[in-house]
Design a protein around this ligand. Structure first.
Ligand SMILES: Cc1cc2nc3c(=O)[nH]c(=O)nc-3n(C[C@H](O)[C@H](O)[C@H](O)COP(=O)(O)O)c2cc1C
Ligand code: SF4
Ligand code: SF4
Length: 375
């Protein structure tokens, strides 16, 4: 694997060799191709298929409408022009069609791909054809496909899992148990974009995949859970838009970080800030040294320390007297803040709501030891 952890995730920024070449020229060192299948004629797009939601996107884009033969040419071209860069072929077939998975794997391996990424996770369109998320829905199918591709593959086999399942970490364990060399988590989160209240018509009239900053907490949870349970590398995806986001995922165990939506919003050039920011953060340190070092702080609820609480304190130097903390504590907290912003230390339970709503970020917390023993 290349020196930096940043990889273009499978999606619009990796539609073909021309686009991936441009990304490589700008500074990306790795890319996962848009997902390749044998039934590409079925991949007929609707328009529009991308919509802005909160800090992210909802999309109903399908996998690549280009033929596997075209992709073979693309990967050959990319590997001959950029032998030092990493090209990962994302592939997809019906959950029960093992022969198709193996055929795709062999074709993309022979084309020179550095690894395969098995797409078990597109949440829209594909499940209606027994593909994509269907493979994550049935862990036995995910295990069998992984094992069957491993049987024919000489290159590493990554599996890309869906967050739209009961337990993504169980699914990861099944795939690793069947030979997966890396787990990519996560694909998009299934959702609905909204309804135009003037016309009554939904925005994109079917369920689609939510991506970008809005899904980062879901991805962080998935990656930390998987990294603490499986021994193989984890490739993080989901809401990574800055080098700081990338560091968070690496501290929680990710080996590589994949980015799609932020590139769709801001272009390939973001790689410069990502690489520079990470290099400055690391200084003389290495990725291997920091990887997974935050996992020891992640615990289950009943192991949390409840022998102390925190008391809020307002910094009046920066407080703008906007009343938000007063209103929230009054109507959803413990009525500990009065209209003059005086905090009653007896009433304050340290819930954190006032700090969460303060736009000036001027509420500090002070730990106070309680007498009760930890349960
Ligand atoms: C428009 C769009 C198309 C995508 N197409 C694919 C795809 O073909 N194959 C795939 O594995 N993931 C696909 N993804 C999912 C991304 O690779 C990524 O897992 C997900 O968007 C979360 O990362 P992000 O928040 O950086 O976008 C697509 C995402 C978007 C937004
Ligand atoms: S921490 Fe909770 S209870 Fe204490 S002042 Fe803030 S909102 Fe009120
Ligand atoms: S929310 Fe923050 S800025 Fe607004 S009144 Fe409270 S402490 Fe001051």
């Amino acid at each position: 694997m290349n020196r930096d952890p940043f990889i273009l995730a499978s999606g619009p920024p990796t539609r073909n060799a021309e686009m991936i070449s441009r990304a490589f020229d700008i500074g990306w060192n790795g890319a996962v191709t848009k997902t390749i299948c044998l039934n590409h004629e079925d991949m007929v797009e609707v328009a529009p298929r991308i919509h802005r939601v909160n800090n992210g996107l909802k999309n109903i884009e399908l996998i690549s409408p280009r033929s596997v033969e075209e992709w073979v040419e693309d990967v050959r071209f990319l590997k001959s022009k950029y032998p030092e860069k990493t090209v990962i072929a994302s592939i997809s077939a019906e959950a029960g069609n093992i022969a198709a998975w193996q055929k795709l794997a062999l074709m993309m391996q022979d084309a020179g791909s550095d690894a395969l990424e098995l797409n078990f996770s597109c949440p829209h369109g594909l499940p209606e054809k027994n593909m994509g998320n269907t493979c994550s829905d049935i862990p036995e199918a995910a295990g069998l496909i992984t094992k069957s591709v491993k049987q024919v593959s000489k290159i590493p086999v990554w599996v890309k899992l869906s967050p739209n399942v009961t337990s993504i970490s169980y699914l990861a364990q099944v795939c690793v148990g069947n030979g997966a060399d890396c787990i990519t988590a996560i694909n998009t989160v299934k959702g609905f974009a909204g309804v135009d209240i003037e016309t009554g018509k939904p925005i994109l009239s079917t369920y689609g995949g939510i991506s970008g900053q809005t899904i980062k907490p879901i991805a962080l949870k998935a990656v930390s859970e998987i990294a603490s349970l499986v021994k193989c590398p984890v490739s993080a995806a989901g809401g990574i838009s800055t080098w700081q986001d990338a560091v968070e995922f690496i501290l929680l165990g990710a080996s590589t970080v994949q980015i799609c939506t932020e590139v769709m919003l801001s272009g390939y050039e973001i790689i410069h800030n990502l690489s520079q920011g990470l290099a400055d953060y690391l200084g003389m340190n290495t990725l291997d040294n920091i990887r997974g070092t935050s996992l020891k702080y992640v615990t289950s609820f009943y192991k949390l320390d409840n022998t102390y609480k925190v008391i809020s304190e307002i910094d009046f130097e920066t407080c703008t007297k906007c009343e938000k903390c007063y209103i929230s504590c009054r109507d959803a907290g413990y009525q500990a803040i009065d209209i003059c912003y005086k905090i009653d230390k007896e009433k304050c339970t340290g819930c954190g709501l006032c700090s969460a709503v303060c736009p000036a970020e001027c509420i500090k917390v002070t730990p106070v030891i309680l007498r009760r023993a930890n349960k």
